[in-house]
Write a new protein. Structure first.
Length: 230
């Protein structure tokens, strides 16, 4: 039986058409990133730099020790003249051969050469000698005080001055005590200054008391009068 033309056939036009099969989706793969490397530290870098390096043998020569006697002699020759005199004076103090006789009672101190006339020492202690110069060491360090005292005494010797006043303080506010006072006495009675000092003692209250010293210098020898040759 022949189908009528009015029959609806929607897929009739697709007869003979082939459909391509669907392709599987393309998968893109990426390679894994290499792991990060930790940079070498200083010790590793040093080991790499020193690879194959061999240490050399010691080429220094150790000298033989010097003769102790020669070494001591060389050290003594390098000591300054004034320091040498200090060493000699200290050695004399240890052996009981010092030129100065020093005594202290509390804060009061006095000292003089062994051969001094007692009358002169008595007058000095009473403050009967006219003061011809004074030096105040307040506020100075130990090194500054020594330099100032050296210059002061040597200048007085050059000017033929006899009696001086040195103010050193009592050291009551210092945690170390009267360091400057003790140093001044040591400087005046040892070393090169001791050759110019005849006596010293704590001053009278009106001149500073135990915070100052009267210093009596030796009298300079008189030079003989020079006569023009005739």
């Amino acid at each position: 039986m022949k189908k009528s033309a009015g029959f609806n056939a929607p897929f009739q036009t697709l007869k003979g058409v082939s459909v391509k099969p669907k392709m599987a989706p393309r998968v893109i793969t990426t390679e894994a990133a290499p792991p990060k490397q930790t940079p070498p530290d200083d010790s590793e870098l040093f080991s790499q730099a020193m690879h194959g390096v061999k240490p050399i043998k010691q080429d220094r020569v150790t000298p033989e020790p010097e003769d102790p006697t020669l070494l001591v002699q060389a050290m003594r020759e390098r000591i300054r003249p004034d320091d040498q005199s200090v060493l000699e004076e200290l050695d004399a103090l240890v052996k009981g051969k010092s030129r100065f006789d020093i005594t202290a009672t509390g804060e009061y101190v006095e000292g003089h050469v062994v051969s001094i006339n007692p009358v002169i020492m008595k007058r000095l202690k009473k403050g009967e000698f006219a003061l011809q110069g004074h030096l105040d060491l307040h506020g100075l360090t130990r090194d500054e005080g020594r330099q100032a005292l050296d210059a002061f005494i040597l200048n007085a010797v050059a000017l033929a001055e006899r009696c001086l006043l040195v103010i050193h303080g009592r050291g009551l506010k210092s945690p170390e005590g009267p360091v400057l006072k003790e140093s001044v006495i040591t400087w005046l009675t040892t070393g090169r200054l001791s050759h110019h000092v005849l006596a010293l003692c704590s001053a009278q209250p009106y001149d500073g008391g135990t915070g100052a010293l009267y210093v009596l210098l030796r009298q300079r020898p008189k030079k003989s009068a020079w006569k023009r040759p005739t």
